[in-house]
Design a protein around this ligand. Structure first.
Ligand SMILES: Nc1nc2c(ncn2[C@@H]2O[C@H](COP(=O)(O)OP(=O)(O)O)[C@@H](O)[C@H]2O)c(=O)[nH]1
Ligand SMILES: [Mg+2]
Length: 289
């Protein structure tokens, strides 16, 4: 798919009715969609039970390309994707596990679409909501769109520590950059392709990537909009989030962008030393283990 590709009209009989009803495929949106090509990046790490279901739910539209970034899976995930035999799916493989953010960055480097979508491979997100998540970009009211479990009527229950972490992040985003993003760890998002250049040298390539993506977008004054999405509970396996690692990367990210905002020293070694000193002091091992 190329950026100049003439996209065909959307013909997805399964979803057409409800999306038309909700206005997602109103005439004006359809007209805009006809000119936008969409790259859907799916970071994949040992999700053999859900990956095919996730891809199957993405309609085979000519303006969609799907990039599955396998991050050194050791189960049958890649074999499951190959069995699908879809010509709109590209598989890119990391020989070794590099982390969630590294996988998204590889996807961004290889994406050709005008809009980048990211969604998880564990089946927690609903790919049929893609038209909904790109709508604010199509309407030119956002540069980054984040799916939110807090808006709308989502029944998914989040662990308390995730809620606390999200509250801290959203407070800093609001205080520093006047941006409101409550469900800031959600991996279902849409980004304008022309923004991708600011993500070339990310400091956090693991799960902390989601937080840095928001702080960096906000720092460069891009418009971030949250929209309601549905989120299912994980049905197989367990979350790969490591609590200590993510708390460290989020606090380092907050400190870095706070210093940057006030034009202070953002030296990487300096920040790492502060964070390590802080965690040694509060004996985080005892608190989090
Ligand atoms: N590429 C890649 N994807 C990962 C990695 N760890 C997790 N993921 C994927 O990222 C998504 C979110 O991870 P998950 O553990 O479900 O996070 P949670 O939903 O916040 O608990 C899932 O689709 C995972 O398969 C990783 O190291 N590399
Ligand atoms: Mg998950």
């Amino acid at each position: 798919m190329t950026q100049n590709q003439t996209a065909v009209e959307i013909k997805d009989s399964g979803n057409q009715k409800s999306q038309t009803d909700s206005g997602l495929y109103s005439k004006s949106n359809l007209d805009a969609l006809k000119h936008a090509s969409i790259s859907i990046i799916i970071p994949l790490y040992n999700e053999q039970h859900t990956i095919t279901e996730v891809i199957d739910k993405i309609p085979n539209h000519q303006q969609y390309e799907i990039l599955v970034i396998d991050d050194g899976s050791t189960d049958g995930s890649i074999e499951r994707v190959k069995e699908l035999k879809r010509n709109d799916v590209r598989i890119i493989k990391h020989q070794e596990n590099q982390g969630y953010g590294a996988a998204i960055l590889t996807g961004m480097k290889n994406a050709t679409g005008d809009i980048i979508i990211t969604l998880d491979s564990d089946g927690q997100h609903n790919p049929q909501e893609i038209p909904k998540i790109i709508k604010p970009i199509i309407n030119d009211v956002a540069d980054v769109v984040i799916g939110s479990r807090y808006l709308g009527d989502c029944s998914y229950k989040m662990p308390l520590y995730t809620k606390v972490g999200q509250y801290v992040i959203s407070t800093f985003l609001r205080l520093l950059f006047l941006q409101r993003v409550y469900d800031n760890q959600c991996g279902f998002r849409a980004i304008r392709k022309d923004l991708v250049k600011i993500f070339t040298n990310m400091r956090h390539t693991g799960m902390g990537f989601s937080t840095e993506l928001l702080f960096k977008s906000a720092f460069y004054k891009y418009r971030i909009v949250e929209i309601p999405v549905s989120v299912n509970s994980r049905r197989y396996g367990h979350s790969y989030v490591n609590l200590i690692k993510i708390v460290k990367s989020i606090s380092s990210c907050i400190l870095y962008y706070t210093l940057k905002k006030f034009k202070l020293n953002t030296n990487h070694i300096f920040i790492t030393k502060i964070i390590n000193y802080f965690y040694k002091k509060i004996k985080y091992k005892k608190i989090f283990q």
